[in-house]
Design a protein around this ligand. Structure first.
Ligand SMILES: [Zn+2]
Length: 362
């Protein structure tokens, strides 16, 4: 029955998608592209030099040889095709990707639906994804959500810098292998926490309505959209499945992903300079975050967010609540502008489940 949950739930990723059996690897690709790895279309022409610094550090301290950590590196290697890269580089990249995935998985497998759902529907989980809490109402709610995300980012920035200053590079984290369960792994901390910084900044280009200068006009709301308790004037625009896509062949997606990666590249290179100066002062990195999170008040639902292109795109595919029903599964609520039409999608997972059952029997 888990396959039914998997198909119904993970087909709607929370934030830019992370790789699962049915979704694309947006966060992973955007993040790896900053250091010149991953799929070609996301690779930056001048990747960050921070990767070389991290790899040099790992060559000094060594790659952890425990079975769990080695298995994680091997799994990532197989997914992202790091053949030809040395052990230290693969370890740094694996730690970076683990960090970029962590806000969506919290160390659990993406097929562990109970955890994934619980994580996404708590107020405390929203800040990592640059989303509103239930209490973030009206214009003040935008500012509150930004402040909360910024505070969390600041703590990651401080962590990365202090790990370098104190030469405490390893961090123990939980990682889940599909159909196996959770294990404890030792990751390269600076890359792991930088991966989390990357996730939040990337999400700030999926969960906001921005203007043509990339100023933020509104922060989206996932939690109340999923609970079917959203009043856009009060709660902000509902989370949009359309803005979670990262199709670089699409001009709108390319425009905002290029900007997200441009800003992230600045963040990575500033980390490199600050660490090179043996400093723990986060001010220079913070000033780049200031640029990413400029809030422009006054563009709201009643004036259609001053005609932002982002709201038109967001409304192409607004996220719908999930309802308990249909046997043991959660089903998407298909009411809305397109009218009822969920039956085809309900039949699909059933067909797949039957096929799987048949295959397992033979
Ligand atoms: Zn997210």
């Amino acid at each position: 029955m888990k396959w039914l949950f998997l198909l119904l739930i993970t087909s709607h990723a929370h934030a830019f998608q992370i790789l699962s059996t049915v979704t694309n690897s947006c966060h992973e690709s955007m993040t790896l592209g900053l250091v010149g790895a991953g799929s070609q279309e996301f690779r930056q022409p001048a990747p960050s030099v921070l990767l070389s610094r991290f790899v040099a550090t790992v060559r000094q301290i060594g790659v952890p040889q425990d079975r769990a950590t080695q298995a994680l590196i091997k799994e990532m290697d197989a997914r992202f095709n790091w053949a030809g890269l040395d052990d230290a580089t693969r370890y740094v990249l694996a730690s970076l990707v683990a960090g970029a995935r962590m806000p969506d998985t919290h160390g659990f497998s993406v097929i562990d639906i109970d955890h994934v759902r619980d994580n996404h529907l708590t107020d405390s989980a929203q800040a990592t994804h640059m989303l509103r809490n239930r209490t973030d109402d009206l214009s003040d709610g935008n500012q509150q959500a930004i402040t909360r995300t910024r505070a969390q980012l600041s703590s990651f920035v401080t962590t990365v810098l202090s790990q370098y200053a104190n030469s405490q590079f390893l961090t123990q984290q939980t990682w889940a292998f599909p159909f196996y369960g959770e294990v404890s792994v030792q990751l390269f901390g600076p890359a792991f926490f930088l991966g989390q910084v990357s996730h939040s900044i990337e999400d700030s280009y999926a969960h906001t309505i921005r203007d043509s200068n990339f100023n933020i006009l509104a922060i989206s709301n996932y939690i109340e959209a999923m609970e079917d308790d959203i009043d856009e004037d009060r709660d902000g625009p509902p989370h949009s499945d359309r803005l979670d896509q990262c199709n670089m062949a699409d001009a709108f997606d390319k425009m905002r992903i290029d900007e997200a990666q441009r800003q992230l590249l600045r963040v990575y290179n500033q980390f490199d300079s600050t660490i090179a100066a043996n400093s723990q002062d986060p001010a220079a990195v913070e000033s780049i975050l200031d640029d990413v999170f400029i809030y422009q008040a006054g563009c709201v639902n009643s004036n259609n967010y001053c005609g932002s292109e982002w709201i038109a795109k967001a409304r192409e595919e607004v996220s719908k609540p999930y309802k308990l029903g249909f046997n043991c599964g959660l089903v998407k609520d298909f009411r809305g502008p397109r009218g009822p039409g969920g039956f085809g999608l309900l039949l699909l997972p059933i067909a797949v489940a039957l096929l799987l059952k048949r295959r397992l029997r033979t």
